[in-house]
Write a protein that binds this ligand. Structure first.
Ligand code: PRP
Ligand code: URA
Length: 208
């Protein structure tokens, strides 16, 4: 299912990221901040349970120590997804981090895989992160790679998506919830999202 995370703070920061004059430093900061803000929405349905341990408050009360139902695993798609992992980790300091290496061949627009390393944890909930969901090929393949390693409980968080990309992921992985800060209009002839952000990896890492 598609979820648009609609909040004026996110929309304002995303609007600043769209500006071609925004520097790599500011682009990274804004991406980091939006990723933190989106994390609230992505995990708002998670349940907490008592660990069985107690903790004492400074006011002399004893209460249950709580923990999340799942062990969160953040999975940035290299390279651009790395720009989101710090923002998520700031909200979830105990989260583990896996990595998937994919790049989109500039001619065919098809994803090419080069890396996959995922932590083994009990009861995992994986959050795949990538700022851009364009044709959807990279996210679809990344999720297929993750499922092939036996993981089932997966969510996808992107900043900007195109309708084509959303459709592709939904068709290939109907069990995966997709979270976007914006559903943009369309792709151009080179597979870039319009109005979009341009090449997110290049803007994050200054490789323009
Ligand atoms: C970008 C982006 C996504 C992918 C989206 O990565 O970060 O991973 O393209 O396009 P798609 O939905 O059409 O597959 P890119 O391939 O440019 O690699 P990079 O992150 O290393 O720059
Ligand atoms: N990858 C990007 O970085 N930007 C787009 O608009 C599409 C794919």
């Amino acid at each position: 299912m598609l979820h648009i995370v609609n909040h004026p703070l996110i929309t304002m920061k995303l609007n600043m990221m769209r500006d071609q004059k925004t520097s790599s430093k500011d682009f990274r900061t804004l991406l980091d901040e939006i990723s933190s803000l989106m994390t609230y929405e992505v995990f708002k349905d998670l349940k907490l349970h008592a660990t069985g341990e107690k903790l004492n408050t400074p006011t002399g009360c004893e209460i249950d120590k709580l923990r999340l139902d799942y062990n969160i695993v953040i999975v940035p798609i290299l390279r651009a997804g790395i720009g989101m992992s710090n923002g998520v980790v700031n909200m979830l300091p105990t989260a583990r981090i896996g990595h998937i290496g994919l790049y989109r061949d500039e001619k065919t627009l098809k994803p090419v895989e080069y890396f996959c390393k995922l932590p083994k944890v009990e009861n995992p909930l994986l959050l795949v992160c990538d700022p851009m969901l364009a044709t959807g090929g990279s996210a679809t393949d990344a999720i297929t790679m993750i499922k092939a390693k036996g993981y089932k409980n997966i969510r996808l968080m992107c900043l900007v998506g195109a309708p084509e990309g959303v459709k592709k992921v939904e068709e290939a992985h109907p069990d995966v919830d997709i979270y976007l800060a914006s559903l943009d209009e369309k792709l151009n002839e080179k597979g870039y999202i319009l109005p979009g952000l341009g090449d997110a990896g290049d803007r994050i890492f200054g490789t323009l």
